[in-house]
Design a protein around this ligand. Structure first.
Ligand code: AMP
Ligand code: MG
Length: 400
């Protein structure tokens, strides 16, 4: 049985930060860019609209031709042609002339205004204009919607449908995004079966595999669930090796404490190096952090609440860094709903549920899966604190 050399949480975070993992950039096709995080600022490569265009159906005119128009003495202009959306007019509107133009069509040379057809009368090849137009009436000038060269989206933006619409408007078919970190997920224990399988007496369903894989996805990573390793050397070693091969990092849950069947740490030691075995927090004391072939391997506690608390403390910041989401706020300040007691000398993380301005402690113990299901996050009770009073301000860290 291995002795645990317990280190402070800050030391564990330092070790994780020193791991050789850097955010990577890839080009995502626009159709797959939704929800991805931009790795660079995006400038518009074009003017939008790219040409002066009509915003109404009507007649393109030279505004000055209409300045003298009035109800009693309307102006008559000759209609010399027609321009529709998608056309590229190669003629000029000369003094005394106009052309019929439809919404979205490029304004022909010479014209500087479009009078909507409801405001004029057509008579043969003439249009009768009863009131003056002014330059730019009924026209959207090139670049007035989005000028070429303008920064339209910032690095770090998590793309929404509005953002992908904007990227479409400027014609970008691919955008630089942070690559999704690929994470292998392994559950361990003879007692575990997957949902859908039939548990033998004494067996329970695997919760952590699903919880961790989906927490990774929510954080912008790609999870590869490798299944359940049994509490034997072959099984566990095989899956750890597979994880190191296929992924950027490996997360195991269960089997982290010093018990006889807890093999994780000895296998990591055999394949690579155990950097930390034991963190001075509760839950999470038996957490393992190792490195195999330059890939971080984590052994998280087995109880789902403990597992997700440690995932949140140790893994989520790393995944946020790798997926470009470091700026996301995952904490709120609330007031403790009722008094709680903690053990002196223990740095504890307790699940809480948020109700309005209050943080309500969930005191079911880490063995209950509903501790974490019913809670929104957790609060920290520092080592030297035994009692937190009702009404005291606490910082709630959301799970994930
Ligand atoms: P261990 O660290 O392997 O001793 O596990 C501690 C406790 O967590 C035991 O009661 C396990 O049955 C439970 N546990 C471990 N892994 C899982 C899992 N993936 N899903 C649900 N419970 C688990
Ligand atoms: Mg186990």
């Amino acid at each position: 049985m291995a002795f645990l050399k317990v280190v402070p949480l800050e030391k564990a975070l330092e070790v994780i930060d020193s791991f050789p993992l850097m955010p990577k950039v890839e080009m995502a096709p626009l159709g797959e860019a939704l929800g991805r995080v931009l790795a660079e600022n995006i400038e518009s490569p074009i003017d939008v609209p790219p040409f002066d265009r009509a915003t109404v159906d009507g007649y393109a005119v030279r505004a000055e031709d209409t300045f003298m128009a009035s109800e009693s003495e309307p102006i008559r202009l000759r209609v010399v042609g027609e321009v529709n959306a998608g056309d590229s007019p190669d003629f000029e509107v000369k003094p005394g002339e106009s052309v019929y133009i439809s919404t979205g069509a490029p304004l022909p040379k010479g014209a500087d205004a479009v009078i909507q057809f409801e405001d004029v009368e057509r008579s043969g090849d003439e249009v009768i204009i009863p009131k003056p137009a002014y330059p730019s009436l009924g026209v959207m000038k090139a670049g007035t919607d989005i000028p070429k060269g303008k920064t339209i989206l910032k690095r770090g933006t998590r793309l929404t449908f509005k953002d992908t619409a904007l990227l479409s408007a400027v014609g970008l078919a691919k955008v630089p995004v942070f690559r999704k970190p690929k994470v292998a997920v392994i559950s361990t224990g003879n007692e575990l079966v997957l949902p859908g399988e039939k548990p033998r007496p004494g067996q329970i369903y695997d919760i952590n595999g699903r919880a961790i894989a989906d927490a990774i996805r929510e954080l912008g990573g790609e999870a590869v669930f490798l299944g359940i390793a049994r509490d034997d050397r072959e099984s566990l070693k095989g899956l750890i090796e597979k994880g190191v091969e296929c992924c950027d990092l490996v997360l195991l849950s269960g089997g982290a404490s010093g018990g006889i069947r807890d093999l994780t740490s000895s296998i990591i030691e055999e394949l690579g190096e155990v950097k930390i075995h034991g963190i001075a927090i509760q839950p999470g004391k038996p957490t393992i952090i190792g490195l195999i072939n330059g890939k971080p391997v984590f052994g998280l506690p087995g109880y789902p609440t403990s597992c997700l608390t440690n995932f949140t403390l140790l893994i989520a910041p790393l995944l946020r860094k790798l997926s470009g989401r470091e700026s996301e706020v995952r904490k709120v300040r609330k007031k403790l709903a009722h008094k709680i007691f903690s053990v002196k000398g223990r740095r504890q993380f307790l699940p809480v549920k948020i109700e309005g301005e209050k943080a309500v402690p969930i005191l079911k113990g880490s063995g209950a899966v509903t501790s974490f299901i019913d809670s929104d996050g957790f609060i920290e009770v520092p080592e030297n604190v035994e009692i937190l009073e009702a009404g005291e301000e606490v910082e709630v860290t959301f799970f994930g």
